[in-house]
Structure formats: C-alpha cells, structure tokens
Design a protein. Structure first.
Length: 137
C-alpha cells in the first residue's frame, strides 16, 4: 500500500504553523500553500506541505516583538510609542503611534495609572474585535 500523506483541516494546519486561520486561508488563496479539495469543496492540507513553512519559522524580528508580550491568545498585536495619555475621571485615552499611524484606546484611569503610562514609552496594542487593550512593554 503506497504512503498516504495525512490531510489536515485548515484550522489544524494554522495551529501547527503558529499562524491565524485567516493568514492560512490567504496563503491557500494566493497559492503559497497547496491544498487538496474534498468532494464537498473543502480544503485539506497535506502534512508534508507544511514542512517548508515550519523550517522557516518566524523571523527573529517578529519573534522578538512577540516575546515582549505576556502569553495571550490574541494575535493582532502592534508595538508603538505612546503619543498621548489623557486621564479624565474614570477613563484614560491612550494614543499609540505605530509608524505613521495612530491607534487610540480608551482604558480605565486606574489601569493607566497602574501601568504608569507616559508619553514616549514603548507600548503594545492588543486588538480583539472592537476592543484595543494597551500593554506596557
């Protein structure tokens, strides 16, 4: 009997590669990752097809930036410099400069004080749906 490669669901392949499901789907649609389609039209990824991507691993720069954060499940993480912190009442507005872009987050004033957020500090934005959380790094 000839060797049969194990076929993985896209979610399983994403987990094995350490990337998000949407990233994996983009790789499939762009042709970076070859798949086999089931009779129902679903993509399956041969396990052997993951090897070139596993060997590459994350770039040292990406690995270093990810190490700044505590272990969290959110993968949409951006590192920048605090451009402005405004505390008013129970809330704080934190503006983070990332390249030529700005992200604004509204967090509790207590959290901003606890993290001692100040203009010019390096910080990270953890983005989950419509919420942006600030992490002092």
């Amino acid at each position: 009997m000839p060797y049969a490669d194990v076929l993985l669901k896209p979610s399983q392949a994403a987990t094995a590669l350490g990337v998000s499901y949407p990233t994996l789907k983009q790789w499939i649609l762009s042709g970076k990752l070859k798949t086999v389609k089931t009779p129902g039209g679903h993509h399956r990824i041969p396990e052997s097809g993951l090897q070139p991507l596993l060997k590459a691993g994350p770039s040292p720069e990406r690995r270093q930036s990810r190490e700044r954060f505590r272990n969290v499940s959110g993968r949409n993480q951006l590192v920048g410099v605090i451009d402005e912190v405004k505390i008013s009442g129970l809330l704080a507005q934190v503006k983070l400069k990332i390249g030529d872009q700005r992200i604004t987050s509204i967090i509790t004033a207590d959290a901003a004080r606890e993290m001692q957020l100040r203009k010019g500090q390096t910080a990270g934005a953890l983005i989950k749906s419509t919420e942006v959380m600030i992490v002092r790094v």
